[in-house]
Design a protein around this ligand. Sequence first.
Ligand SMILES: [Zn+2]
Length: 171
Amino acid sequence: MFILIFQKQELQRLFGYTEMHKNAKDLTGQQVGRLLVICPTEKRRCGGVVWLCRCVCGNLIYVRSSCLVNKISKSCGCLQKEWAHTLGKTSAKHHGSTEQLYNVWRCMKQRCSYKNATGFQYYGGKGIRVCSEWKNDYTVFKRWALDTGYKPGLTVDRIDNDGNYEPSNCQ
Ligand SMILES: [Zn+2]
């Protein structure tokens, strides 16, 4: 283990390694989450022994006894970073659902404006238009959709099938 790799003097010099107090709880070699407890140090925090620990990611950190015993510290901080990363991904997914709405908006405009769009004959071909405030500004449409209770997977439903895509005729 670590103590075997480093000479005790080295540990003392580099990390403030100290011999255990006789009646202190020896945590050497314990695994707490991602942390491996290497050795006690001469540092004290809140009256507790501070231990040198190595995280699985390779970082060396100081953690005091109570944080190890109560499993408050479980990594050098990389665990939290990974969680943050995962949460970031989740919110990216959420962002994706609003992007779906963007597609709804794009397709709605296409089938009303482009002759080659799928379904144009039933929309643009029949004179159905997207009102200009929606057509020119996705954010206006998005605000309307979210206010109306848009959920991913839904599309815009016109109340009057021969009417235009505009707030008063859509749900
Ligand atoms: Zn780490």
